[in-house]
Design a protein around this ligand. Sequence first.
Ligand code: NDP
Length: 278
Amino acid sequence: MTNVPIWKLNNGIEIPSLGFGVFKVAEGEQVYDAVLEALKCGYRLIDTAAAYGNEEGVGRALKDSGLSREEVFITTKLQNKDQGFENTLAAFETSLKKLGTDYIDLYLIHWPGKDKYVESYKAMEKLYKEGRVKAIGVCNFHIPHLKNLITICQVKPVIDQIELHPLMNQKEIRYFCKQNDIQVEAWGPLMQGKGDLSAPVFQELGVKYSKSPAQVILRWHHQNDVLVIPKSVTPARIKENLDIFDFELSAEDMEKINAHNEDRRLSADPDTNMNGFL
Ligand code: NDP
């Protein structure tokens, strides 16, 4: 059993508000073991991508977990080199095969790039209408990308998955998405191991709430209505990151973490980098 609250996306589909990310988790035993461990601990959302090269291992772990397909929410993503209408349809089939499943819960465009995201999204709309994906969305889209997509396309993206953590709290995109009923999902929620989890604010709040700095940060995301997908290959941390639903940060403590913002990216900027980091 899992105590992760379930949220509803704008098309009515339900999604766990906390999932497990597998960026930079190696294909083969590493991803297999990590995903199996996560499912054992109670995670029911796995966030992978074609570009991570580990969809097969994710699929194998899912099969061996003893859980039914319907019990686990699977997200995968269209990689940059596969953008374009026909390419997207072909890439989807490849991901499906590697994952060993006959549908995807959430299919995302991984990076806006320059000029192909609209046709790629139209192919995803086709997959959605055919019932082959339960929901479609985007990653790393800024407000102009989202406005463009909403104007041109028929199916509103359910999610925008963006770099979001205490150093880069993305207030404007969060506001825009709230107004437009698009769920924000944070990647790099723990600053990808590049930020300072032992900064005084996280340490102090950790002591106050008897939680680790990582748990304090994940709880901050949750109370900001941001879906999180922390990654870890360390069993104790996999368990720790799930254990954030038995405490609540006060409004004052939420503000202390908000004040940590420096609008500092730890990775590529979708406005200036057309290829992302993939
Ligand atoms: P995270 O912010 O999740 O950080 C992962 C790092 O934090 C790892 O080094 C991990 O170490 C460490 N860590 C995890 N838990 C703890 C803990 N409790 N205490 C201390 N350190 C901890 O970064 P990610 O980049 O992995 O982002 C999460 C997910 O978001 C990805 O896995 C991927 O699914 C998705 N993503 C999407 C992107 C996109 O463009 N759409 C881009 C990047 C990520 P260790 O593993 O050694 O335990």
